[in-house]
Ligand binder design. Structure first.
Ligand SMILES: Nc1ncnc2c1ncn2[C@@H]1O[C@H](COP(=O)(O)OP(=O)(O)O)[C@@H](O)[C@H]1O
Ligand SMILES: O=P(O)(O)OC[C@H]1O[C@](O)(COP(=O)(O)O)[C@@H](O)[C@@H]1O
Length: 302
């Protein structure tokens, strides 16, 4: 079974505003609401590919209920912990002359809620994959991901982490199966600017030296690189297409890589191709990618 953990799920309010201007009333010309948050997006794409998963995490208030309801409509199983106070966040993704995002805070998660999550993680075995991704509310310590990995380590499940900076750096010594920073996040870790695949690869090696097994670095329209656990480097350009909504492209890539690993018995070249094509198929569509959309891109890229 694949489990995803999303600490701070969201309703993503995706809007188009023609020539957004600050300090005045702007009107939308397009709007759509999608359930969001990194682990949730991974679960939706896995379901689109026909993989069973259980989405874990924390929900609060009417927005939390709506996220759960919408997730159910995508055919995803979930077992969220209800936080007593506050609201699950609404994240605004505005397309205009530039893309702007305003992500909400989310509810304060209490220790009793965290304890419930740890209880749920007791069932994991070496047959399972645990995906922990996205930001955590400010009230939680930056050791949160580390604590989870330390807790599940005796069960030998495969752990996938998609997080930034300290959250990510603190888990490397536990040898996560996969990490997926983008080139900007990777650059921030080492205080450098990484624009090309050649510039990115040495820093992927540094993360591997620090303990990560497979390092997938996404680069939006410039494709991605993979450094696999055997030290082999792979590079792919992004497939060509018309970008409609790139929210969730990175999460789709994570789901595609996991799906590719399962389908091919861990042929990383295949998993990498499926990951890249999943990210791009999501970017080329209003919703997250479907199996058919990804297969079409994979056939073009082969
Ligand atoms: N503009 C784009 N054109 C083509 N593919 C894209 C585009 N943006 C994203 N993708 C695909 O999705 C993957 C993940 O996107 P990226 O934006 O790097 O992730 P994140 O959302 O985590 O920052 C990329 O490696 C690429 O395959
Ligand atoms: O958990 P974070 O880092 O605050 O990000 C949450 C946002 O990221 C998303 O999961 C999209 O992530 P990606 O575009 O990186 O795949 C949105 O659905 C959500 O609004």
């Amino acid at each position: 079974m694949i489990y995803t953990v999303t600490f701070n799920p969201s309703l993503d309010y995706i809007i188009q505003v023609d020539h957004f201007t600050t300090g005045q009333i702007n009107k939308t010309t397009y709007e759509k609401i999608l359930p969001g948050g990194k682990g949730i997006n991974v679960a939706i794409v896995l379901a689109n590919f026909g993989h069973e998963s259980t989405a874990l995490g924390f929900m609060a208030g009417f927005t939390g209920k709506e996220i759960e309801h919408r997730l159910e409509n995508f055919g995803c199983s979930s077992s969220f912990i209800q936080v007593k106070e506050g609201l699950s966040r609404i994240n605004v993704k505005m397309k205009s002359d530039e893309e702007t995002e305003i992500n909400g805070m989310g509810p304060a998660i209490q220790q009793e809620d965290i304890d419930k999550l740890f209880d749920q993680l007791k069932v994991l075995t070496d047959q399972d994959v645990l995906v922990i991704s996205g930001s955590i509310p400010k009230t939680l310590p930056d050791t949160m991901y580390e604590q989870i990995i330390e807790y599940v380590q005796p069960n030998h499940c495969k752990v996938v982490v998609d997080a930034t900076n300290t959250l990510l750096m603190k888990v490397l010594r536990y040898h996560p199966f996969l990490i997926k920073p983008n080139n900007i996040e990777l650059g921030e870790i080492f205080d450098v600017t990484l624009n090309t695949q050649e510039e990115v690869l040495p820093y992927a090696h540094k993360l591997q030296e620090l303990g990560a097994r497979n390092i997938l670095v996404s680069m939006a329209g410039q494709g991605a690189v993979l450094l696999d656990e055997n030290g082999k480097e792979y590079r792919l350009p992004a497939p060509k297409g018309n970008v409609i909504n790139s929210v969730g492209a990175g999460d789709s890539m994570v789901a595609g890589f996991i799906s590719g690993c399962i389908e091919s018995n861990y042929d990383y070249e295949y998993a990498f191709l499926k990951g890249v094509c999943s990210g791009s198929a999501s970017a080329f569509s209003e919703n997250l990618c479907t199996k058919e959309e990804v297969e079409t891109l994979m056939n073009i890229m082969k």
